[in-house]
Design a protein around this ligand. Structure first.
Ligand SMILES: NC(=O)c1ccc[n+]([C@@H]2O[C@H](COP(=O)([O-])OP(=O)(O)OC[C@H]3O[C@@H](n4cnc5c(N)ncnc54)[C@H](O)[C@@H]3O)[C@@H](O)[C@H]2O)c1
Ligand SMILES: [Zn+2]
Ligand SMILES: [Zn+2]
Length: 391
């Protein structure tokens, strides 16, 4: 089959790779119809991950048709249209039973790297072929889906492919930030990052009853999209004193909930603030966390900061003093989509959750390298490229 392979830093190519095969009784094979880019791919693309080798297939947010099922698959039949959670989890371990699927004990069959880096293995994720599970990615014609009954969900007939594909990851990641950030009625919520994840966090916060939702970024077209499609207010961080403006819009206190949906992929290139200079040196070789620092700084005393953005290792200059002295709650996580996808698909079917506008570019898989260049450079208003392997 054809697949989009990482070849080296900033280099991708569409290659012929072996077709995936069923390995376990609960596996199935999905023929991919839609596979989206994600901000989490950018550090991989740039060659900043130690867990990637030439020939590895990227991609983890996808939807397709069931092509083959193992003998223990009960919920799916050949031909079903399914969206597959980007997180791989067993559904039956201690963590999965508590709805913490991204912490699954059995989602990473090659746990040595995670144990070394984080102390414990976590759930898996497609498209990280040598870390977090070692599962091949979805920018391909076919994908092997382990624990198929747990991680794949039939898409309601009325929900389009372009809407449902985001139930794989961006929508549950957005929901997680709002729900586990404990957004409630009357809250002021600030969200750093107007990518797909930040915008879907804004939609989730509104659905959970937030009074004001403010999205922060530097790309005017992303901010305009957030205003139009999520009803959020926006701030351009290069043109505004973000902390002062947030305080102004939250009764002088600061937002109740601050969600960081940026990650280490994109530091934003902003000079250090006075507080950061006070805090000490800026990030050197460690991952940058500028938006996390700003969220901690802006959050009201006693509020919650939720980090949805991806970090893999160590972060420098983290304002633990502000977290401690302001009594903040700091939470984070990879998305536990298995817990939220059925509810998100229902909301999509009821038109409460609309996501298709995020697919700003739809390209055949053969144009994968050009698609990633667009996405990386945020060129032509690109928010997400969605690849269609069938052309
Ligand atoms: N926790 C999870 O399960 C999960 C799931 C999906 C994605 N993610 C992560 O969430 C993050 C966002 O994903 P995405 O696909 O929306 O990414 P994206 O790259 O499309 O968007 C990130 C946005 O952040 C903006 N940004 C950069 N620096 C900023 C700053 N200092 N302040 C405000 N905005 C800033 C960028 O301009 C960009 O628009 C990534 O790190 C991704 O890996 C996490
Ligand atoms: Zn992702
Ligand atoms: Zn599990």
């Amino acid at each position: 089959m054809r697949a989009l392979c990482w070849e080296g830093a900033d280099s991708l190519a569409v290659r012929q790779v072996p077709d995936p095969e069923l390995r376990n009784a609960h596996d199935m094979i999905v023929r991919v119809r839609r596979s989206a880019t994600c901000g989490g791919d950018l550090p991989l693309l740039a060659g900043r991950s130690p867990f990637l080798a030439a020939g590895d297939v990227l991609g983890h947010e996808f939807l397709g048709e069931v092509a083959e099922v193992g003998p223990q698959v009960r919920r799916h039949r050949v031909g079903d249209r399914v969206v597959v959670c980007a997180t791989v989890a067993c559904g039956s371990c201690w963590y999965c039973r508590r709805g913490q699927h991204a912490c699954c004990d059995n989602g990473d069959p090659a746990p040595a790297a995670a144990e070394a880096a984080w102390g414990q293995p976590t759930g898996g994720c497609y498209g990280h072929p040598r870390g977090t599970g070692g599962f091949a990615g979805s920018h391909a014609e076919y994908v092997r889906v382990p624990y198929a009954d747990v991680g794949a969900f039939t898409v309601p007939e009325t929900v389009s492919d372009d809407r449902a594909v985001f139930a794989s990851e961006a929508a549950p990641a957005g929901w997680m930030g709002a729900e586990l950030g404990e957004v409630g009625p009357g809250d002021v919520v600030a969200i750093w990052g107007a990518g797909a994840v930040g915008q879907l966090t804004a939609q989730a916060a509104t659905l959970l009853g937030a009074d004001r939702v403010i999205v922060i970024d530097r790309h005017p077209e992303r901010l305009r999209m957030a205003e139009r499609h999520t009803g959020a207010e926006t701030l351009h961080y290069e043109q505004t004193d973000v902390t002062a403006e947030l305080r102004e819009r939250s009764g002088g206190r600061g937002p109740d909930v601050c969600v960081e949906a940026v990650g280490a992929a994109d530091g934003g290139g902003r000079p250090a603030s006075l507080a950061e200079r006070f805090a000490g040196r800026r990030a050197g070789r460690a991952e940058d966390s500028l938006a996390v620092r700003e969220a901690v700084h802006a959050c009201r005393k006693g509020g919650t900061v939720f980090v949805t953005g991806t970090f893999t290792g160590f972060v420098d200059a983290f304002p633990l003093g502000a977290v401690m002295n302001k009594g903040l709650t700091l939470r984070s996580g990879r998305q536990h989509g298995q817990r939220w996808i059925p509810m998100l698909l229902e909301r999509m079917a009821r038109d409460e959750l609309r996501t298709e506008h995020l697919a700003t570019h739809r390209l055949p898989l053969d144009q994968g390298p050009a698609g990633y260049a667009l996405f990386r450079d945020r060129a032509d208003g690109c928010v997400r490229v969605v690849f269609t392997p069938e052309g």
